[in-house]
Design a protein around this ligand. Structure first.
Ligand SMILES: [Zn+2]
Length: 272
């Protein structure tokens, strides 16, 4: 599933390929993928240009040269973008295609049809209405403390809540808690100031690392928990070697927290 790092990579891709080209046509194969009526979409976007991008959590917003018109993209389970010349075949699953006057197209690839595209007139209002909290890499330590310290639930499901911090999926939360040395079942309201700071640093570390390595998890630094998760249930010969904590070599525990598969180091991540 495209997590925050993958959506950030798509944002950068759109930003470097598709800005400042007037839109001549929008081809939509399946209208169910639109959250805005097709004719309204055409009416507001034909002749317009994309001029910038913003991302909050897993939501991508594309600014147009109309100040109150934004295109919202959600990548669902498998969505992707492909910029290509119109003389080439339409990429597979490009069910929504923005055609530019320069002969290039931006295809929105929707293999499983969970993806969505629509128009909005205000990013702030959209985030408020959808109850989407501050973006992971941008959240301040104060905002994080405010959000976390009033919750009585375990810290792991609290961090998965998009209203608390936007864009943290299951493996990211495990990695964040591992890097911060916090047990996934510590109650959120019992986190100390030091733990909140460690949590804040870890959110940034994990997301920035994932974006830097373009979400190619196998390339991540060796002291990341992701390798244990990646190699779990894999046919690798050295699978046993990767089931231990990269820092203290304790066997990593696999459990279920808040209904989600969870990996943690039982020695370094204990409930304080
Ligand atoms: Zn450890």
């Amino acid at each position: 599933m495209p997590e925050l790092p993958e959506v950030e990579i798509r944002r950068q891709y759109l930003e470097t390929s598709s800005l400042y080209q007037p839109i001549s046509h929008i081809e939509v194969e399946d209208k169910k993928l639109l959250t805005t009526d097709y004719h309204t979409l055409q009416e507001w976007l034909i002749g317009r240009q994309f001029v910038g991008t913003e991302r909050v959590g897993k939501n991508l917003f594309v600014r147009t040269d109309q100040p109150n018109i934004f295109v919202h993209m959600h990548f669902g389970m498998t969505g992707d973008l492909e910029y290509y010349h119109s003389s080439l075949d339409r990429p597979r699953f490009a069910r929504i295609v923005f055609e530019f006057t320069n002969g290039f197209n931006l295809g929105f690839l929707c293999p499983r049809k969970f993806e969505r595209v629509g128009l909005i007139d205000s990013i702030d209002e959209f985030l408020l209405r959808k109850k989407i909290g501050p973006d992971g890499p941008a959240v301040t330590v104060e905002a994080l403390a405010r959000q976390v310290q009033r919750k009585k639930a375990f810290i792991k499901p609290v961090l998965l809540d998009q209203q608390v911090v936007a864009g943290l999926g299951n493996w990211i939360v495990d990695e964040v808690l591992f890097q911060a040395r916090i047990h996934p079942e510590q109650r959120a309201d019992t986190l100390s100031e030091i733990q909140i700071h460690q949590l804040h640093d870890a959110i940034r570390l994990v997301l920035e690392t994932a974006i830097r390595y373009e979400a190619a998890y196998r390339d991540f630094p060796i002291d990341f928990l992701i390798h244990v998760r990646e190699w779990d249930n894999s046919p690798y010969d050295d699978v046993e070697a990767h089931k231990f904590c990269p820092r203290c070599h304790t066997r990593i525990e696999r459990s279920v927290v808040g209904g989600r598969t969870t990996f943690f180091c039982p020695r370094e991540q204990f409930i304080q």
